[in-house]
Design a protein around this ligand. Structure first.
Ligand code: NAD
Length: 297
């Protein structure tokens, strides 16, 4: 039975993953190399629980209970020692993931499942850094984790069916909807989403329409809650570019070649929401971003 959860990485995704496990009464060890990130994560979780109280979704007691379910660690060795499952959500960097998985494999109990929240790195490759590839699996949560229903579960080449079954059940216990897929570049979510975003950027680059028109067409025409260019800003243009590169290299198909405009924007440091400007300009406290002048028609 799964009771103890270790989460490696307390950034955007790690704090959301800690939030939902703690809220569902699991014991959570949240691990980050940075004590400041751990402190920030606890504050974010507390703020997000407050929002749930304000909406009448949970009580103040439930908030306290959730927070007491979380312990923080700066050492992988101590943080994973009692884990039934480790969910890794550190920075998306292949060398770092391989190094961390080697370490997690060394210190987590032999029976523990090792899951990764990677957006694009091969699960099979990550599993190869461990001595238990049959217990390594993708558990791809969506951002923001407390809100988004989907968990894309990715079977590595050697993942055991019993491990997939356990992670599927666990996702349901979190109130999520699991979908199981196989390990090929981009899995399913990003294989379909990121080329769509690239196509939207190419349409803008070719001057077919302005950013606002492109986003409006996809919002009103396809009932998408957010247009592809705004979504790209939200994901981070650097993240979009690196996923496209994985697709391009992984399939060797020119249809995945990143749009030159995307490449230029990343080189210029216009990465979207996190840098204050991408296709739109983001000012604190203003939740209706303006289209960057450069991208109006
Ligand atoms: P982030 O940069 O917000 O957080 C990464 C955290 O990892 C940081 O707090 C950093 O201090 C920590 N870290 C780095 N090296 C470490 C180490 N050696 N040991 C422990 N902690 C370490 O990143 P994020 O957006 O939360 O992404 C995390 C993972 O989730 C990535 O694999 C990413 O691809 C994936 N993902 C992200 C999103 C998204 O929308 N942000 C969505 C789905 C999946």
């Amino acid at each position: 039975m799964i009771r103890n959860i270790a989460i490696a990485g307390a950034g955007t995704m790690g704090n959301g993953i800690a939030h939902i496990f703690a809220q569902n009464n699991f014991e959570v060890n949240l691990i980050d190399i940075s004590p400041e990130k751990l402190e920030e994560a606890l504050q974010t979780i507390s703020g997000n629980l407050d929002r749930q109280i304000a909406k009448g979704l949970i009580t103040a007691e439930a908030k306290q209970l959730s927070l007491t379910n979380i312990s923080t660690f700066t050492s992988i060795k101590e943080g994973v020692a009692d884990a039934d499952i480790v969910v890794e959500a550190v920075t998306e960097n292949p060398e770092l993931k391989l190094k961390i998985f080697k370490e997690i494999d060394e210190y987590a109990p032999a029976s523990a499942i090792l899951a990764t929240n990677t957006s694009s790195i091969s699960i099979t490759k990550i599993a190869s850094a461990t001595k238990r590839p049959e217990k390594v699996i993708g558990m791809h949560f969506m951002n923001p984790v407390p809100v988004m229903k989907l968990v894309e579960i990715i079977n590595g080449f050697l993942t055991e069916p019993a491990v997939t079954q356990t992670v599927t059940e666990l996702s349901k216990q979190l109130g999520k909807v699991p979908c199981v897929v196989n390990d090929y570049p981009g899995f399913i979510a990003n294989r379909i989403l990121i080329p769509m975003i690239n196509e939207a950027i190419c349409s803008l680059y070719e001057g077919i329409a302005g950013a606002e028109e492109i986003d409006m067409i996809m919002k009103l025409g396809m009932a998408h809650p957010m247009g592809p260019l705004q979504l790209a800003d939200f994901i981070g243009l650097d993240v979009c570019l690196s996923i496209l590169q994985v697709l391009h290299e992984g399939f060797g198909n020119p249809k995945y070649a990143p749009c030159p405009l995307l490449v230029n924007m990343v080189a210029a440091g216009r990465l979207g929401v996190k840098t204050g400007e991408g296709f739109y300009i983001y000012t604190p406290g203003n939740n209706k971003p303006a289209v960057s002048k450069r991208f109006t028609k």
